[in-house]
Design a protein around this ligand. Structure first.
Ligand code: SAM
Ligand code: SF4
Length: 329
């Protein structure tokens, strides 16, 4: 049973938590080269505060958590948080989205703490191109981190590849090959307009259909029928059944009608959509000694206020001021 049903009948079982706004990368599509005005440590929710919010969220129907950021692994002792969250009644799944840089030497600890699934962002297999996109020379570390994850039962291992025309659109076959050669599900994401300045333009977006056609010309793809629910990706396998490829198309084929997500930003606000213009403050309730009922009320109000979907591509669309790294992508 869930109390988190919005006016369009969408049931919210998924909570994404941005544990920090900081990042060691500066991906061109996410944040400026000079970085951001980072939050002071005291402005981030503490692990106890996050656990308290999750406890209330779980009592309302949240079942799945995803830790993200910024770079979640920049937060000190992240496994401690994972372990705390994994003990909360009702929480069935804990996942993380990471740039993969710090995974080396940490995969087992994360697994033992309770991490079940992982998404690693990887936009290029060419170290020069990687450096251009992440503005860090770090492909080697990310690949080594991925290899370590392979050795522990964190599954699935998904790769998130943001495809940007003029950057890495010539590499989709190389990236798709990883789905056949490695135990990775490779997912292609369309470039989204978030934050004040990310160089976004419609011309830079490579629609999923175009990527799919290119891969299909190389090797035939077949759709896999899955319940969309918590996964916004359309899934395919190759005709020989080897490898899984996903396409996430927020720009060309929005999946808002199936959205089951809520988000907690790095500064402790509840957000009902990546593209929402309003947030509700949880941190002030936590810090002023507010009761659990107040946290519940914020969740219920946020879900009630959720709009049917975003308007990317329409003239009414307004970009959220916060970047993906601040909201928690
Ligand atoms: N630092 C971690 C990482 O990169 O995986 C977690 C946070 S990052 C904001 C989460 C995801 O958002 C990444 O897969 C990243 O590629 C994606 N992302 C960031 N900005 C984006 C944009 N403008 N359009 C599409 N995806 C974006
Ligand atoms: Fe950092 Fe992730 Fe944003 Fe890249 S996408 S700058 S790794 S938060």
């Amino acid at each position: 049973m869930s109390d988190l049903i919005d006016t369009f009948g969408r049931v919210h079982t998924n909570l994404r938590i941005s544990v920090t706004d900081r990042c060691n990368f500066r991906c061109v599509y996410c944040m400026p080269e000079e970085g951001m005005n980072w939050l002071h440590r005291s402005e981030l929710l503490s692990y106890e505060e996050i656990a308290r919010v999750v406890q209330v969220a779980a009592s309302l129907g949240i079942r799945k958590l995803r830790l993200t950021g910024g770079e979640p692994m920049m937060r000190k002792d992240l496994p401690v948080l994972i372990e705390m969250l994994s003990k909360i009644d009702g929480i069935e799944e804990i996942a993380m989205t990471t740039n993969g840089f710090f995974l080396k030497g940490k995969a087992r600890t994360l697994y033992e703490a309770g991490l079940q699934r992982i998404n690693v962002s990887l936009d290029s297999m060419n170290s020069q191109k990687f450096k251009e996109m992440a503005r860090r020379d770090a492909l080697k570390e990310v690949l080594e981190g991925l290899e370590e994850v392979e050795k522990v039962p964190i599954r699935p291992i998904k790769l998130n590849c943001v495809v940007i025309r003029g950057y890495n659109d010539d590499e989709v076959i190389e990236l798709a090959k990883l789905a056949r050669e490695k135990p990775y599900v490779v997912r292609f994401l369309e470039f989204m307009p978030i934050g004040e300045e990310d160089g976004w333009s419609m011309e830079r977006v490579v629609p999923s259909r175009e990527i799919r056609e290119r891969i299909n010309e190389w090797k035939e793809l077949r759709p896999i029928e899955v319940e969309r629910g918590s996964t916004p990706s359309e899934m395919y396998t190759f005709a020989d059944g080897v490898g899984k490829i996903g396409f996430i198309s927020p720009v060309s084929e929005p999946f808002c009608a199936q959205c089951d997500r809520l988000r907690i930003t790095s500064d402790g606000k509840l957000r009902n959509c990546l593209f929402a213009m309003e947030e509700m403050d949880l941190k002030s309730i936590l810090r002023k000694g507010g009761k659990d009922e107040l946290i519940r009320d914020v969740f219920l109000a946020s879900v009630k206020a959720k709009k049917p979907g975003h308007l990317i591509g329409h003239k009414e669309f307004v970009r959220p001021e916060k970047t993906m790294s601040q909201i928690g992508g």
